[in-house]
Design a protein around this ligand. Structure first.
Ligand code: BGC
Length: 839
């Protein structure tokens, strides 16, 4: 179907009056835009992104395929895979009627404490840009808009609605804007402006939306606000912000027409916004003739296979002493699987990115399935059950009305009369499936049969008047006024209020939680419970005994739902209590121990040097266990290379702060030097460098070939010959960095300028052709406000991580300013090929 051209869109604008135009620029609802029958425009549906496609509802019954976290995807350094996964997201979006996917997140891992790092790709702008671009190409191949977010400098969560980020111009262009430029170069159809300020201006009114985004890079799509990010009228309306989401209420809906009529906002500015919205709609098939109905292009089994492959592709093997991995199933009689995360695996991070899986393969299930009875598998959690209440689930609660596993949710009027009821599968209700006029409170009611007796901890999440009764006895009652305007805290993860109640094992009790509803304080309600605190010493002793008795122990450790989530930064990089001790005890009991880390971003690994095999699984998505077992038992190589440097301890990390000062400003004082660049500058060595990751074979770096000289802004190729020195076929991610001594401008000690993956059989050589963009040698000149290259010599370094670069060459250039348009990131061959999975 041909997409409308601007020549066809412009006449449509003329058919619209001022009121019609203005109406289009604010959402019609939380996830939709307004239709405009006069021009054949249907509503656009927008949805998060990026771990899967949630769709218009926030309902655990509406399941989605769940991808590995973006950190895991970036760890694959595999653009072909990313494009395939983008196509899978597009297919999910089409299945759910979504036109605009609110992904990818292109902010950077500046401080490892950033609460939303699982959702961003990397600390490196080039890797982030190329990973994002590949995903964007895949998503948009299915006729679904991708949205590069959050433009720009939303690199942490603390005070994200108001923080005023300050950085120098060179850093802004070279580091934080660069991934967005790559997204625009990849043809992204939408960009989301961030909540925060940069240089004192809120991003929905920022001049950066015009220059560089639109007039500098030539972005033709629409700038969508972050949810609630348009908070004022005139400055945002006059800026290059195009669409204010969500709606129907907002500053533009309330005042833009009057402002336009009074000449306070120029008519051309509003026209440009509408034109861009229509262009977005045309590209996404919402303008003009309806697009063909969606048909699944790929069978569910193939989709799951792709997700499983992605788990292995993103898993990073940090160490593998004595080649403990891969494990040969034929030589194993027994495996001890240890750690709460082996059964309660975290497949994704929290916040707006969250989607609901249909089914999850846990690490334990994956290992059991892979061994298929060939070896005994013993599971021990190693830690007592968490005292942190978890939302009621189908495991031990049922709906008192239907008797079905789950809970009963009711909306009540002010007198307590039922207006609506529905059966739900979880005690965490972000929204009931309907909006009911006159509803004054939400109630969650369940019959709970406690598997163990004793003092249970209960929690009710929400705002306003809250009450809880257990077995007819009121155990909690209070008023909790709204204390935040962050949408995640208000609508997705409201605070929980705890109480305790004694229960007898196996004896069913009715539990009723209520919260009142008030304007602007959301409807999210949570009913959660935790069993009595168990005995830590005996849980640990059982795990140690199981480890000692087994041929191999696999310990899965990780972060909690609370620690890695949108809306707040992490307080610590440490693993939740007890897990470090568990790892140490298991390794002491069995020297053949594999530690698997289940976290979206860096965690402190104080014991890492004593662990023989350390595998980073990230948040692996729904196929976690299958992909993990593929790696453990050698069906797949661990394909991942670190997209972010890992320090052993929090105190070692050179850039940590995420909190603004009392003036509301957060200064990026380290400038260009984040991630491995910061470690290099400090002279300290991290535990594992950016780019590091072991496969199951070895590689010799034999030769680097590069041109001796290039012109300023000229792209070039670096060829690196590597040889597979191990015993099995493998894939190697060959990386090229650039350094320059005696630079007159600030520059990192070295920085990544290109990479390419090669595969080879044992003994075979392969040549990685690394395309390097014409921008690679350049820096941003704040004096000239443009890119230029210093004259003289640069050192190229080739190898397998930012800390292991055995090959070098010298390259000379006469330098000079870069011609406009030069230096945009090059597509690699692998990304250029059309994938069979693309729609
Ligand atoms: C997040 C965005 C998200 C939006 C809609 C915001 O709070 O920052 O990333 O797309 O909500 O859920």
């Amino acid at each position: 179907m041909a997409v409308m051209t601007d020549e066809e869109i412009d006449p449509l604008l003329e058919k619209l009056g001022a009121a019609q135009k203005v109406r289009l620029l604010t959402g019609a609802s939380t996830w939709r835009t307004h239709p405009e029958p006069a021009v054949g425009l249907r509503p656009l549906t927008l949805s998060d992104g990026p771990a899967g496609v949630r769709g218009e509802t926030w309902d655990e019954r509406e399941t989605s395929l769940v991808l590995p976290s973006p950190t895991a995807l970036a760890a694959s350094w595999d653009e072909r895979l990313l494009t395939d996964l983008g196509a899978l997201l597009a297919s999910e979006a089409r299945r759910k009627g979504v036109d605009v996917l609110l992904a990818p997140t292109l902010n950077l891992h500046r401080s490892p404490l950033g609460g939303r790092h699982f959702e961003c790709f990397s600390e490196d702008p080039l890797l982030t840009g190329r990973t994002g671009a590949a995903l964007i190409r895949g998503i948009q191949s299915g006729g679904v808009a991708a949205t590069a977010k959050h433009f720009v400098a939303n690199d942490a969560e603390t005070d994200r609605l108001s923080v005023d980020v300050r950085m120098d111009e060179q850093t802004l262009h070279e580091v934080y804007l660069a991934p967005f430029e790559a997204a625009v170069e990849a043809g992204v159809w939408a960009v989301m402006s961030a909540y925060n300020k940069v240089d004192g201006v809120t991003m929905s009114a920022s001049p950066l939306l015009d220059r560089p985004l639109k007039s500098g890079w030539g972005f033709e799509g629409a700038v969508v606000s972050d949810w609630g990010g348009v908070r004022t009228l005139l400055d945002t309306a006059r800026s290059a912000q195009d669409l204010a989401m969500p709606g129907p209420v907002g500053p533009w809906e309330a005042g833009l027409l009057t402002a336009l009529e009074r000449g306070l906002v120029p008519a051309e500015v509003v026209d440009d916004k509408v034109r861009r919205l229509l262009r977005l709609a045309a590209r996404a098939g919402a303008l003009g003739s309806p697009r063909p109905a969606w048909r699944p292009a790929v069978a569910p089994a193939a989709q799951r296979a792709l997700l499983r492959r992605a788990v292995a592709a993103g898993s990073v093997l940090l160490r593998n002493d004595g080649q403990l991995l891969p494990l040969a199933p034929s030589g194993l009689r027994s495996v001890a699987v240890i750690g709460p995360h082996a059964t309660a695996v975290r497949i994704q991070g929290g916040g707006s990115a969250e989607v609901f899986p249909d089914a999850v393969v846990t690490p334990l299930a994956g290992i059991e399935e892979a061994l298929d009875g060939a070896a005994t598998v013993t599971y021990r959690p190693g830690l007592p059950p968490s005292s942190r209440p978890r939302p009621l689930s189908r495991d031990w609660s049922r709906d008192p009305r239907s008797g079905e596993p789950g809970v009963l949710v009711r909306l009540l009027d002010a007198a307590g009369a039922e207006l609506h009821s529905e059966h739900r599968l979880s005690g965490r209700i972000v929204e009931p499936s309907v909006v009911v006029a006159g509803a004054a409170s939400v109630e969650i009611r369940a019959l709970v049969r406690p598997p163990v007796g004793g003092t249970w901890t209960w929690a009710v999440g929400g705002w306003g008047a809250i009450s809880l009764s257990v077995g007819g006895r009121e155990v909690l009652s209070g008023s909790f006024p709204l204390d935040s305007d962050d949408p995640t805290r208000v609508h997705v993860a409201p605070p929980e209020h705890c109480a305790s109640a004694g229960l007898a094992a196996g004896e069913e009790v009715e539990v009723v939680a209520r919260r009142s509803l008030a304007p602007h304080s959301g409807v999210a309600t949570v009913l959660a419970a935790a069993p009595p605190a168990g005995e830590a010493a005996s849980a640990l002793a059982e795990a140690v005994a199981a480890a000692r008795a087994a041929d191999v122990a696999v310990v899965v450790v990780g972060t909690t739902e609370q620690s890695e989530s949108e809306g707040h930064d992490r307080e610590s990089l440490g693993l939740p209590e007890g897990q470090d001790a568990l790892v140490r005890a298991v390794v002491r009991a069995n020297p053949r121990t594999v530690v698997v880390v289940n976290a979206g971003g860096p965690v402190a690994l104080p014991w890492h040097a004593r662990v023989p095999a350390l595998l980073l699984a990230w948040f692996p998505g729904q196929e976690a266990g299958g992909g993990l077992a593929d790696v453990l038992f050698g069906r797949s190589e661990p394909g991942g290379r670190l997209p972010t440097t890992w320090g052993a301890a929090q105190d070692d990390v050179p850039v940590l702060d995420t909190a603004p000062g009392p003036d509301g400003r957060l200064h990026y004082e380290e400038g260009l030097h984040i991630g491995y660049r910061a470690w290099l500058r400090s002279g300290a060595a991290p535990a594992y460098w950016f780019g590091h990751g072991l496969g199951y074979t070895g590689w010799e770096y034999e030769e680097l070939t590069a041109p001796a000289a290039v012109r300023a802004g000229e792209p070039f190729d670096v060829q690196i010959r590597v040889r597979n020195s191990g015993r099995r076929r493998g894939r190697e991610v060959v990386q090229v960095y650039v350094a320059r001594n005696r630079s007159t401008v600030d520059r990192p000690v070295r920085r990544l300028i290109g990479y390419a993956a090669v595969e080879a059989e044992p003994g075979e050589s392969a040549v990685a052709v690394v395309r390097v963009s014409g921008r690679a040698l350049a820096h941003w000149s704040p004096e000239r406000h443009g890119w230029e290259t210093e004259a003289g010599e640069f050192t190229l370094l080739g190898g397998r991580s930012a800390g292991e670069l055995p090959l070098t060459a010298t390259l000379a250039t006469a330098g000079g300013p870069l011609p406009p348009g030069s230096g945009v990131p090059e597509e690699t061959d692998q990304a250029g090929e059309r994938s069979p999975l693309m729609l």
